[in-house]
Ligand binder design. Structure first.
Ligand code: ZN
Length: 391
């Protein structure tokens, strides 16, 4: 599927399920990102926790901003100043920054001895080298295949390794960069900037817990059962919308019953990179099960000849009936809750790493002045005021 088509599928999927002011979803849908940030703000300890709680709506509102960077690049100029993408990668270039394909062939090829079939921690230059070697080995064949799968790609062999790296995803390095610049903002006393980077970091860390963001088969598009296609959005978006109250209650209780501080992630840059790659590999290990369960749930619908695509006005039509979603929640809900809970722990832990690296500076007390709170209403191509979600 081409990158543009991937984008179109995601946008369509979201337009089917969200209200008019919904932003596009990139990994967890908008509701999940907001829920995660809310929970992480409540879970965060120490003075940074107090500061974040005093400014919670800024953090919640902008937890979905990174999806606007790729989903609505034409509207970004209308956003208040101070919300720019720190990497400057708006549009398609941002898309690959929200995932990492653990099962990408070039990685497997480069690491015959890797343990437990996991990608060993690499920096970006080492990853690029992996793709360079892959292109060297497969030459024209690699180029033809990549072009077939990515009609947007107009480059040749020289541009191929970088394009392949981008397509396979850059999530581990993006997390690294955001921890660093969040620390830098705290160190320089720019607390509004630190908050923006904190919620942006929370977004990417949340994405790293979505199993279909860690595989080349990101939309179940390679599964023999065509009804599975779209599983990505059903797992991270639709089911969260349908069972919002339950997921929210789960997170609230998790925070309330937490007796210990979040498990620490290492502050040392090398050790942290290893931990981030481990985190993504753990997420990836859940994919097979999710595909198997969805295949089981849809086997019956397939036999009845149900259509894979729901109709625009009825997202629960086609094979994806209310009964299907009831079973989906029953079978896959516990795993989704597990990933939401792990996300909250990792987000707060990484906020703590940034604060430690900054030298534990004292944040301001109470509410501070921030850019106005707005969200992108992408269906109507406009910016609208943020409304706290109270349902
Ligand atoms: Zn995303």
């Amino acid at each position: 599927m081409s990158r543009n088509r991937f984008l179109a599928v995601l946008l369509l999927a979201v337009s089917l399920v969200c209200g008019p002011a919904a932003p596009p979803a990139g990994a967890w849908g908008a509701s999940a990102h907001m829920m995660l940030t809310t929970a992480a703000v409540d879970r965060m300890q120490g003075p940074v926790g107090d500061f974040f709680r005093a400014n919670r709506h800024f953090l919640i509102c902008y937890s979905i901003l990174p999806d606007s960077w790729w989903g609505s690049p034409e509207l970004l100029g209308q956003l208040p100043k101070g919300l720019e993408n720190p990497a400057g990668t708006n549009g398609p270039k941002e898309l690959g920054r929200h995932h990492f394909a653990e099962d990408e062939e070039a990685y497997a090829e480069s690491m015959p001895a890797r343990s437990e079939a996991r990608v060993v921690p690499l920096d970006r230059a080492q990853a690029l080298e992996v793709f360079r070697k892959h292109v060297e080995k497969h030459g024209q064949e690699a180029l033809d295949r990549f072009r077939r799968q990515n009609s947007w790609f107009k480059g040749g062999l020289a541009e191929l390794p970088a394009a392949m790296l981008e397509k396979a995803g850059e999530l581990p390095w993006v997390i690294d960069e955001r921890v660093n610049d969040m620390a830098a903002a705290m160190r320089s006393g720019n607390w509004v900037r630190a908050m923006l980077l904190a919620t942006v970091l929370a977004h990417y860390v949340g994405d790293a817990h979505v199993p279909l963001h860690t595989t080349v088969n990101y939309n179940a598009q390679f599964h023999p059962n065509p009804l599975l296609k779209g599983l990505h959005q059903r797992w991270e978006g639709r089911i969260i919308e349908l069972r919002k109250a339950e997921f929210r209650k789960f997170l609230r209780e998790l925070i309330r019953s937490a007796r210990t501080p979040p498990a620490k992630m290492p502050s040392d840059p090398g050790a942290l990179r290893t931990a981030v790659f481990e985190m993504i590999a753990d997420t990836f290990s859940l994919t097979d099960d999710i595909l198997r369960v969805d295949d089981e749930l849809l086997a019956h619908a397939g036999a009845l000849g149900a259509s894979p695509q729901p109709s625009k006005d009825r997202p629960d039509s086609g094979a994806y009936t209310p009964e299907y979603f009831r079973k989906f929640y029953e079978r896959l809900g516990p795993g989704i809750k597990g990933q939401l809970g792990r996300s909250v722990e990792r987000i707060t832990s990484l906020w703590g790493v940034a604060w430690e690296r900054a030298g534990r500076p004292q944040p301001p007390t109470g509410n501070v002045e921030t850019p106005p709170l707005v969200v992108i209403d992408f269906r109507n191509d406009r910016i609208v005021p943020y409304q706290p979600d109270r349902n």
